[in-house]
Design a protein around this ligand. Structure first.
Ligand SMILES: Nc1ncnc2c1ncn2[C@@H]1O[C@H](COP(=O)(O)OP(=O)(O)O)[C@@H](O)[C@H]1O
Ligand SMILES: [Mg+2]
Length: 220
């Protein structure tokens, strides 16, 4: 579904990615591990079309991302590839419910479908009792549940998650991982999870290790 070929990325003279190859198949969960500063977030941002590699190509469903206009990339990110961040990135002036509904508003999903899907997602991430709360009234674990529900709203093919449990305590980490595992299987969504945590790799089909901007190990 997604293929990265010889990806390089430099910031001025700092060569962050030095020729990364990887493939993500439909419906699979892949962990990316590596030391701080090894280029994991940069790689993830390139895969999601948020950032552009300096060299090499990324294909999503056989389309070269570098051939897409900014508008086409935005559409891809709204419909097919969504992202979950370590610090949740919820919109502070919207309630949990409204945050989940927001991507569907942008895509003009009709009101009754929006409502139905939002309720289904609130239920799926077990946050329905907090639906009318604002992000600053929610705990870290609750915010991440809302962010996960929002990332699922447009039923993407791929979710990219940058340290999704990096800001959670161990009990919240476990329940978020259960949720990610369950929902990605139930909705048949591929996931790439950047992480430092062994627990995250346990819910993945394989782990890619990167160091100094190169894939050093690709284990099942
Ligand atoms: N926008 C940027 N401008 C300049 N340097 C950057 C930028 N983003 C990341 N870097 C540098 O790229 C390297 C890799 O960063 P990053 O991909 O965030 O690593 P990781 O996620 O593995 O910790 C670091 O040395 C970082 O300072
Ligand atoms: Mg990072």
């Amino acid at each position: 579904m997604l293929e990265a070929c010889k990806i390089k990325k430099s910031y001025l003279t700092n060569e962050v990615l030095r020729g990364v190859d990887l493939k993500i198949n439909e419906g699979e969960r892949v962990a990316i591990m590596g030391p701080s500063g090894s280029g994991k977030s940069t790689l993830l941002n390139c895969m999601g079309g948020i950032d552009q590699p300096t060299d090499g190509s990324i294909y999503f469903e056989d389309v070269n991302l570098s051939k897409l206009s900014e508008e086409q990339l935005c559409e891809l990110r709204r419909k097919k590839i969504s992202t979950i961040f370590q610090f949740f990135h919820l919109l502070p002036t919207l309630t949990a419910r409204e945050n989940i509904e927001f991507p569907m508003l942008l895509e003009s999903v009709n009101a009754s479908d929006r409502k139905k899907r939002t309720n289904e997602l609130l239920d799926a991430v077990k946050i329905d009792h907090r639906a009318e709360a604002f992000p600053d009234q929610l705990s870290g674990g609750e915010r991440q549940r809302v962010a996960i529900a929002r990332s699922l709203a447009m039923r993407p093919k791929l979710i990219l998650a940058d340290e999704p449990t990096g800001n959670l305590d161990s009990s919240n980490t476990e329940s978020i991982l259960d949720l990610i595992q369950h929902l990605s299987s139930a909705y048949d969504i591929a996931m790439v999870l950047v992480t430092h945590s062994k627990k995250v790799t346990e819910i993945c089909d394989r782990t890619i290790n990167i160091s100094d901007g190169l894939v050093i190990e690709n284990e099942d």
